[in-house]
Design a protein around this ligand. Structure first.
Ligand code: AMP
Length: 457
């Protein structure tokens, strides 16, 4: 199938003049493999599952056939709904659709949470054809009845894997409930996970799958190297040394697996590279994230620290180096990470740090790529730290003491849940509440442990 597609041109897709003109303006001459493969399937009106990552041209893979077939209408309600997991992606998809529909009379609107909902209500009231949204805000707008979804013909869910990762499954199902039953479902995901599979099986009608071979094929123009580094602090020391060469390391995307690690590393780096680095993860405010991305994109900051989930929606060119501060558990994530450098025929560079505990993950990556990543020795002048983070220390097992309850055993959500339920039924216990207020005592042991735990951080 791949060989046949190599010869597909935009002319073969039988587009229309406004679309050809827009593609001309963009300087795009040939469809990317996912665009060539998805076009007829999306056009057919069947449910589609596309496996493609950011950077493969997946946005146009669904937008080209949609725009080609979208008739002019001046009705107010949107006909196409694109759901994406993050605000950044809303902005990016809207931007792409606007470029592609430059010569078509199509109204595109992006809506996302964390901004004034009333402004968005006013924009919706003016009429929309294609609505790009994050699930939470979409649902809020729909229940407020300002947004009518009864005319939706096509639902696109982009980056489904990230969406489910962020815990949006419930919201997606709520949205499915209020959409017209007769619609085309188009879904794009960078990876297939169990969650994604379940969602497809539960809500899609015998979808056609389109995918391009990406997993396991490291991009040939990426030079990879790796270091064995004993712990976090030594990783910071090595990273600080590497980043000294500002000319060579001029646009560096540093990946970490978790939000907390992103902040921790940002703080650790800040001392040396105060004005040169920025950070994004899903706990940062939308403005903060947009600002960080912009500063990195335009070169004001040469270092961006990001978590996997946040960085997957980003589209930034000319990244000189991807540094994997940790070794990702899922080898596909490594592929996604390094795919950010070495784009557009330029040579890219990827560096990987692994502790001893991360060597199993390294093996999985190398197996997937069917190649070994060359090992570079840590330079001698790098200080090898012996200081360990709490999670790096071996846990000392305590003897079982029934009188001492560990934090993990403390009454957690279930305890609260029950209490909340009880308060609904019986608002009594006023005496206890009064006393608690007077003495400012924690209401439950759960709270106490929780507070204690938080204080430590
Ligand atoms: P995406 O995977 O949708 O995030 O697209 C990645 C980048 O490729 C975007 O900057 C697109 O504008 C660009 N792009 C999309 N289609 C093509 C094409 N046929 N030729 C060249 N670049 C493209």
């Amino acid at each position: 199938m791949q060989t046949k597609l190599q010869y597909v041109t935009f002319q073969d897709l039988n587009l229309n003049t406004p679309l050809y003109n827009a593609l001309d303006d963009l300087g795009f001459t040939t469809p990317t493999p996912i665009q060539a493969e998805a076009f007829s399937v999306v056009s057919s009106g069947k449910d589609v599952v596309g496996i493609a990552q950011t950077g493969t041209g997946k946005t146009f893979a669904y937008m080209l056939p949609i725009l080609k077939n979208l008739k002019f209408s001046n009705q107010e309600n949107p006909r196409i709904l694109v759901l994406v997991p993050t605000r950044e992606l809303v902005v990016q998809v809207v931007d792409e659709v606007e470029k592609l529909s430059k010569y078509i009379n199509t109204r595109v609107l992006g809506v996302y949470g964390g901004t004034n909902i009333n402004t968005q209500k006013q924009q919706i009231a003016q009429g929309v054809d294609i609505l790009v949204a994050t699930p939470g805000r979409l649902y809020d707008l729909a229940v407020s009845r300002v947004l009518q979804l009864k005319s939706i013909q096509k639902l696109v869910i982009d980056e489904v894997d990230v969406m489910l990762d962020l815990g949006f499954r419930h919201q997606l199902i709520n949205i499915f409930d209020i959409l017209p039953e007769r619609r085309q479902n188009i879904m794009f995901s960078a990876t297939m996970t169990q969650d994604v599979d379940e969602l497809i099986n539960d809500f899609f009608v015998t979808p056609e799958r389109v995918s391009i071979a990406i997993s396991g094929t490291p991009l040939e123009n990426i030079a990879q190297e790796r270091y064995n580094v004993p712990n976090f602090h030594t990783k910071v020391n090595l990273l600080n040394a590497i980043l000294q060469d500002k000319e060579r390391y001029n646009k560096v995307l540093i990946f970490v697996g978790f939000k907390r690690m992103a902040d921790r590393l940002f703080e650790a780096l800040d001392e040396t590279f105060n004005d040169e680095s920025c950070v994004i993860h899903s706990n940062k405010t939308q403005n903060y994230r947009l600002r960080s991305i912009e500063q990195f994109r335009n070169g004001d900051n040469r270092i961006l620290i990001a978590t996997d989930v946040m960085a997957r929606g980003l589209d930034i060119d000319n990244i000189s180096h991807v540094i994997n501060f940790d070794t990702p558990d899922y080898p596909e994530n490594y592929m996604h990470r390094i795919g950010r450098t070495g784009r557009a025929e330029r040579e890219g560079h990827a560096i990987l740090f692994s502790t001893k505990k991360e060597l199993d993950a390294l093996e999985r990556i190398e197996t997937l790529m069917k190649m070994e990543i060359p090992l570079t020795e840590i330079p001698e002048d790098i200080e090898i730290s012996t200081e360990l983070l709490e999670e790096e220390r071996d846990k000392i097992k305590e003897h079982y003491n029934p009188l001492k309850r560990s934090d993990e055993d403390a009454p957690g959500p279930a305890f609260h849940e029950k209490k909340e339920k009880n308060t609904k039924e019986n608002l009594g216990g006023s005496y206890r509440r009064e006393i608690a207020k007077k003495y400012k005592k924690p209401k439950t042991r759960g709270d106490k442990n929780y507070n204690k735990r938080n204080k430590k951080k």
